[in-house]
Design a binder for this molecule. Structure first.
Ligand code: PMP
Length: 372
């Protein structure tokens, strides 16, 4: 099997699995219990908080655990929403931001223009800044194209205009893959998710800068175990997530993965005609390569490849059916947009896997173009 759908989710690392099983077997008490056995669980959460905080240059007290990036994004949006305020975002956000904004009660949500390479049109940003704006929510690494938003430049513009505008970053596809330093990026909150960096599914977190904590409210009321969220903490998964993240950061696979991305691009160039690389040339995460093939229905190609046990994605796995909203927003030409395939890498992929993939792609495309 060749798994090239790591942006949808990744395989849990052995170390993370072992860590989670160890905790499940040995330290299963409720972390909120006041007895000493419960405190062992709480200590594991503390340790995980510290580990993740160090990695993103935050304080331990600024890391909160949630059920994943969807919950984290929703918490920030719901907290800031209100009839007297505006929200700014972009047209290439993940559905957990886009759908949450569309269902929020902000007076208005303004979706800023994106350039073809996935950047925010800075003139459009400046034009839309006003003191009514309460929130700017942007994606860091785009889940369909891999483009990296120049958030540092954007936060400087926004904070120079009005310190009180909260800047939220969806860091889900960035953490564990490219450097993330919340201080340097100038953001107030940032979401992340364990299953994108070989940790467990259903667990993630939210970085909340200390001085804006009072603006953030939970979506799930109850015990407030995590202040901004309630429910018994899944500390075995939290711990395993921290182990997976530490491992991903220590391994530093960036150059290896970038080599794979370049290799795949070159192989496609050699073997296939009428294609377009959708991912940008600059400011990209190497973990995602999106290529569109002319006059192809990507779903048909995904199923052709699946018969050969090669797993890729058509656009985003989270966007059910329809044309990709994200690719439409960056003006991918109509005769290419339906044929976009997202290849997303992990350290487990070898160059031989990419040779096999491109050979299957060539066959599939030839067959599909012959039929339709
Ligand atoms: N944001 C982005 C950019 C994502 O790629 C994803 C996962 N597809 C999410 C948010 C949602 O993450 P989770 O699965 O943890 O809810």
């Amino acid at each position: 099997m060749i798994y090239l759908d790591n942006a949808a989710t990744s395989k849990m690392s052995k170390k993370a699995i072992e860590a989670e099983v160890y905790v499940l077997e040995n330290y299963y008490a409720n972390a909120s219990a006041i007895h000493s056995y419960g405190m062992e669980s709480e200590n594991l959460i503390k340790k995980s908080r510290k580990e993740i905080a160090n990695i993103i240059n935050a304080k331990e007290s600024e890391i909160y655990f949630t059920k994943g990036a969807t919950e984290s994004n929703n918490i920030v949006i719901a907290s800031l929403a209100g009839k007297d305020g505006l929200a700014l975002s972009s047209s290439i956000e993940h559905s957990s931001v886009y759908d949450a904004l569309n269902n929020s009660d902000f007076k208005k949500v303004i979706y800023l223009k994106n350039t073809r390479d996935g950047q925010i049109d800075l003139d459009d940003l400046k034009k839309n800044l006003s003191h009514e704006v309460k929130l700017l929510s942007l994606i860091y690494v785009n889940n369909e194209t891999g483009s990296i938003t120049d958030i540092k430049t954007i936060s400087k513009i926004v904070k120079d205009f009005d310190e009180n505008i909260l800047i939220h970053l969806d860091g889900t596809q960035a953490l564990g893959k490219i450097p993330v330093d919340v201080e340097d990026l100038g953001v107030d909150t940032m979401s992340f998710s364990g299953h994108k960096f070989h940790g467990p599914k259903g667990v993630g977190g939210l970085y909340v800068k200390k001085k804006i904590l009072s603006k953030i409210k939970p979506l799930l009321f109850g015990g407030r175990q995590e202040v901004i969220s309630s429910g018994t903490e899944n500390h075995p998964a939290i711990y395993a997530m921290a182990v997976a993240l530490r491992d991903a950061v220590n391994e530093d696979n960036y150059s290896y993965i970038d080599g794979l991305r370049t290799y795949l691009k070159e192989k496609i160039e050699e073997s296939i005609s009428d294609y377009m690389v959708i991912s940008p040339e600059e400011y990209y995460s190497p973990y995602i390569l999106n290529v569109a093939f002319k006059n192809i229905k990507s779903e048909v190609l995904v199923h052709f490849l699946e018969d050969r046990e090669i797993y890729v994605s058509s656009g985003s796995a989270c966007a059910l059916g329809a044309k990709s909203r994200i690719l439409s927003a960056i003006d991918v030409p109509v005769d290419y947009i339906d044929g976009a395939i997202r290849f997303s890498f992990s350290r487990d992929i070898r160059r031989e896997d990419l040779d096999t993939t491109v050979e299957a792609l060539r066959e599939g495309i030839e067959m599909i173009r012959g039929v339709f």
